[in-house]
Design a protein around this ligand. Structure first.
Ligand SMILES: Cc1cc2nc3c(=O)[nH]c(=O)nc-3n(C[C@H](O)[C@H](O)[C@H](O)COP(=O)(O)OP(=O)(O)OC[C@H]3O[C@@H](n4cnc5c(N)ncnc54)[C@H](O)[C@@H]3O)c2cc1C
Length: 563
């Protein structure tokens, strides 16, 4: 048997020493999930080209090593990292972020996204063409990748586009005989063998005549119709939706994706953010129904936040907000690197506390003045429920007339944000996802576990705001609610009281959602947190018959050949 150190040398010959990480500290940001899960890998490999990925995969197949494909590692359910240490084979993580190019094709109506390219870069690349990406998610602002989004069928904020989806992909799979295969479903003539295909793609070595016209979809073309179905008793979107499971789409790392071909969309000429507040949840129920049923123009985006979540994000996500606002998304990797170094040093210095970097950042953020606009703060004092709705073009006028009329005899209210307020409102909502993690890091000693549920309610659900039975409520220290209200997709973040059995509580909560016809996970994918539905497990087994990639996902078997 080849020793691990010999295998590591083989990897190094492909990528160079620098890009094969084996030290404990070096591996940590890749081994640990953003919010959930973690485990060990023998190495984290950061290939610089598609061909290097292919060669690394060949070595892994040869030595029977598990591969976990990873991009920005912002997945929230542990699906982008190892989980625990009960695997039957060693693991290698292939992180793709160095391979970040995006190629425009078909006059910018479509793009080819290489494995590590980000949604943020795509937005910037499309701006001069007055186009925009298929998908905008909360983590666009922190560097989430295009490919990771499609692999997770990530949902996000866009009301009319639906989950990230495409039927065009270039990927490697390990077939039932244990052989590595490259599958070109991009419908672009790139060559006849894997090496040729990968090099030609990476070097832009194809012409427009190589790009075949195809009936396949480069995005979800049905969602705007589905989301308007307000009387339907099924969810608008969720991860186990058979409609959207197609090779790379929804594959959750069960193949290795090299590139995807996706649609782009015409950017609106104008857009305005409406900030809406109310103390009556039924107001939002009515607004949702009336807008989805009657408006000619669907909102571009519409995210809900409860006041408690607003407060938590204001306090615990303030530093992230300020860093993104002042220094930009591209600075975040440096920030995380800095945090990690601080924690390494702190661990060696006995008198410094656990999670020192979080404590330090939290402390420093207190010195920064209030970062939120005055009008939002006034709404915070007046209203429990907040809804950030972006309208575009003719929809702006439609919404203004509608909201003026709607609130003339009600206690709620709205205002139209100027561009600075609009940006801040949106960023505040996006960074709210990290508030719970910070809260837990700061208060670990006195509280129980953290739990985050990602739920899609049926489109006709009236009681969208959770009202929990007394006995369950008593087990919770804190609840933060936010979500994509038009889509009826909600994120219920809980901090449990100390000593509460998290597994039991989760089961109780999921039983309540089951009774209400909800689907879960809605958009964060199963990771290691949720059990995959039989339909999803079958999809994974078909993609990966020997269980070579990301085993254990959706709480399935971690063993070779799915034993
Ligand atoms: C602050 C914050 C806000 C968020 N907001 C949203 C939101 O609004 N909506 C939403 O749906 N999600 C959201 N997420 C979750 C997460 O960001 C998304 O799932 C995102 O699409 C993951 O992208 P990534 O590049 O980080 O992928 P990763 O986390 O690195 O990977 C995601 C999955 O894709 C697989 N994968 C990655 N690259 C490849 C590849 N080349 N080949 C095969 N498999 C691959 C991984 O194995 C994993 O299973 C949020 C997360 C955070 C931290």
């Amino acid at each position: 048997m080849t020793t691990t150190s010999k295998i590591i040398e083989e990897f190094k010959l492909i990528t160079g020493n620098k890009y094969v990480v084996t030290s404990k500290w070096g591996k940590e940001p890749f081994n640990k999930g953003w919010r959930y899960g973690g485990g060990d890998a023998v190495a984290v490999i950061k290939p610089g080209t598609l061909l290097e990925i292919w060669k690394v995969l060949q070595i892994c197949v040869k030595h029977d090593i598990i591969v976990i494909m990873q991009a920005a590692n912002t997945g929230l359910t542990g699906g982008s990292t190892p989980f625990g240490n009960d695997y039957d084979r060693p693991i290698v993580i292939i992180n793709t972020l160095r391979i970040n190019s995006i190629q425009l094709i078909n006059n910018g109506n479509q793009i080819l996204a290489l494995a590590g390219s980000s949604l943020y870069d795509l937005e910037n690349k499309l701006k001069p063409l007055e186009k925009e990406p298929h998908s905008v998610i909360g983590s666009t602002s922190i560097g989430a990748s295009i490919v990771g989004g499609v692999c997770n069928n990530s949902g996000g904020s866009l009301v009319h586009r639906g989950p990230a989806y495409t039927e065009f992909a270039l990927y490697a799979k390990v077939n039932k005989d244990g052989k590595l295969e490259l599958i070109n479903e991009l419908d672009i003539n790139l060559g006849s063998n894997p090496e040729e295909i990968l090099v030609n793609l990476e070097n832009n070595n194809y012409t427009s005549s190589d790009i075949l016209k195809s009936k396949k979809l480069g995005s979800d073309d049905k969602y705007s119709e589905i989301v308007r179905g307000i009387d339907e008793n099924t969810a608008a979107r969720f991860n186990a939706d058979n409609r959207l499971l197609y090779s790379a789409s929804g594959s959750a790392g069960k193949i290795a994706v090299f590139a995807l071909r996706l649609d782009t969309y015409k950017a609106p000429k104008k857009s305005k953010v409406f900030y809406v507040g109310s103390n009556n949840q039924d107001d939002f129920w009515k607004i949702r129904r009336e807008i989805l049923r009657n408006f000619n123009e669907l909102p571009r985006l519409g995210d809900y936040m409860h006041r408690d979540c607003y407060d938590a994000a204001k306090k615990y996500s303030k530093d992230t907000f300020i860093v993104i606002e002042k220094l930009g998304t591209n600075f975040l990797p440096s920030l995380f690197e800095f945090k990690r170094i601080v924690d390494i040093i702190a661990e060696k210095i006995k008198f410094l506390p656990e999670k020192f970097s979080d404590k330090l950042m939290q402390f420093l953020s207190n010195f920064w003045p209030n970062h939120l606009p005055k009008k939002m703060e006034a709404f915070r004092d007046q209203f429990e429920h907040h809804w950030i709705i972006e309208m575009t073009d003719d929809g702006i006028n439609e919404a203004e007339i509608y909201f003026k009329d709607f609130f003339k005899d009600k206690k709620g209210d709205f205002f139209i944000c100027n561009s600075n307020e609009g940006k801040k409102a949106m960023l505040h909502r996006y960074v709210s996802a990290s508030a719970i993690g910070r809260y837990q890091a700061l208060n670990k000693k006195n509280i129980g576990e953290m739990m985050s549920l990602d739920i899609a309610f049926p489109r006709n659900e009236k009681n969208w705001l959770e009202i929990l039975p007394e006995d369950i409520n008593n087990k919770l220290e804190l609840k933060f609610y936010y979500g994509h209200l038009f889509c009826h997709v909600f994120h219920h973040n809980y901090i449990l009281k100390k000593g509460v059995d998290a597994k039991k509580l989760k089961k109780e909560l999921l039983e309540i959602y089951d009774k209400r016809g909800a689907e879960y996970p809605a958009e964060h994918n199963v990771g290691h947190e949720y059990k995959a539905m039989p339909l999803l497990t079958e999809f994974y087994k078909k993609l990966d018959p020997t269980n070579f990639f990301n085993p254990g996902i959706g709480q399935t078997s971690k063993l070779k050949n799915w034993k």
